[in-house]
Design a protein around this ligand. Structure first.
Ligand code: UDP
Length: 376
């Protein structure tokens, strides 16, 4: 079979940010690109669709945030962003707290009213388990940052159900994603630019891939004809799971997956916020998302909510999160070294690089990769 009858310069596997940006940039320099996508739609886990006029993010809420001017300018070429500041509420056994950890949270937890009082409280709580060295795991890191009470009520249960592992077996880096600040500011992110595409993410990807030098094939699995693709395409950009690409020869990397239960409700406002985190261990879902609060669009009398249930990844599920613990880090390093032996292949994105990237980091990584390889 001839899979490259149009003399494409590049095969791109996967239509998330890494693959779609690569396609666009290569096309703009005059290269011909075939992009294949296993699913029945483009846009990877950013895919959005509309129901009752409400924008749903099929694979969970994606809020764009970055400090990177180049990345922000780049995405704004392909869509219009609507300003959106994410403010998350935590529900711990019926008690409500603001996230991320800020003066509102400290007041709600301890009744403290000034930054000095909050800092003193945290210091007292750190004393019990004073560290002699850098935090070695997520539990130590969390207690070091915000003390025992917040760790117990807002972090431990959520984290253990999200990752399916004890907080003592997870890296400190995961909790460092969340801001800790001594101001009354509930913004979930610190970044200068924040928002969501006004017409959903799918449109952004349609615009990215709208170029005469790009052909897109959905419902097309690279692994169904891997040998032929490798034989016929001079260069392949692969954004799927790097361990699968190499036939799991060093073992299976671990991933976490999530499953959503969606519900349509006759109401314009069920929970009063886009995202409520359920931070106890017993509630089986981590987040409840009420979509209409993100862009205020859609039927005024209807609301759609999604509950997010974390699960361990198995091959029939979608891989969402890499598990960057010791064991997996050692394994992925072997895959990365192997990848370097094959200049025909470029690996990128959350799954191709096995990194817990945010969208802006994937875009920066794609632009850097393009810069390096398109000039070869
Ligand atoms: N986290 C937590 N409690 C929360 C929210 C987050 O303990 O209410 C921890 C948890 O370990 C999570 C990590 O912080 O995996 C990062 O959270 P983030 O909201 O960035 O996760 P994502 O949106 O990527 O799933």
């Amino acid at each position: 079979m001839n899979l490259n009858k149009h003399d494409y310069d590049y095969l791109i596997v996967g239509s998330g940010f890494f693959g779609s940006i690569w396609a666009r940039e290569a096309a703009e320099t005059g290269k011909k690109v075939l992009l294949i996508e296993r699913r029945d739609h483009i846009a990877g886990n950013m895919y959005t669709y509309s129901e009752e006029g409400i924008t749903i993010h099929q694979y969970g809420p994606h809020i764009f945030h970055t400090d990177n001017q180049k990345v922000w300018d780049y995405v704004n070429r392909f869509t219009t962003f609507k300003n959106y500041i994410n403010q998350v509420v935590a529900n711990y056994r019926g008690e409500l707290y603001n996230l991320p950890f800020n003066m509102n949270t400290f007041y709600q937890m301890w009744g403290v009213k000034t930054p000095a009082e909050a800092k003193l409280k945290i210091q007292q709580q750190q004393k019990a388990g004073q560290l002699k060295q850098e935090p070695q795991n997520l539990e130590e890191q969390a207690i070091h940052l915000i003390g025992q009470d917040i760790y117990q009520k807002l972090i431990k249960g959520y984290t253990e159900k999200q990752w399916g592992r004890k907080t003592t077996e997870l890296p400190p880096s995961i909790i460092k994603r969340l801001p800790v600040r001594f101001t009354f500011d509930n913004n979930y992110f610190n970044h200068q630019y924040q928002g969501i595409p006004a017409n959903g993410y799918t449109e952004l990807f349609e615009n990215l891939l709208d170029h005469p030098n790009i052909d897109v094939q959905i419902n097309t699995d690279f692994f169904d004809q891997r040998k032929e693709y490798i034989k016929e395409f001079p260069k392949i950009i692969f954004t799927g799971m790097i361990d699968q690409f190499f036939d799991y020869q060093f073992g299976h990397l671990e991933y976490r997956s999530v499953r959503f239960e969606n519900e349509l409700v006759e109401s314009d406002n069920v929970q009063g916020n886009a995202v409520i985190n359920y931070t106890d261990f017993e509630t089986p879902f981590t987040r409840s998302i009420e979509w209409r609060h993100f862009d205020k669009k859609g039927n005024q009398n209807k609301s759609i909510l999604s509950k997010e249930y974390p699960t361990e990844w198995t091959p029939e599920k979608e891989a969402y999160y890499p598990v960057n613990d010791e064991k997996n880090t050692q394994m992925v390093n072997r895959y990365r070294s192997l990848a370097e032996e094959f200049p025909q292949f470029i690996f990128g994105g959350r799954l191709g690089e096995y990194k817990y990237y945010d969208m802006d980091q994937v875009i920066a990584s794609a632009l850097a990769s393009v810069e390096k390889h398109l000039k070869e």
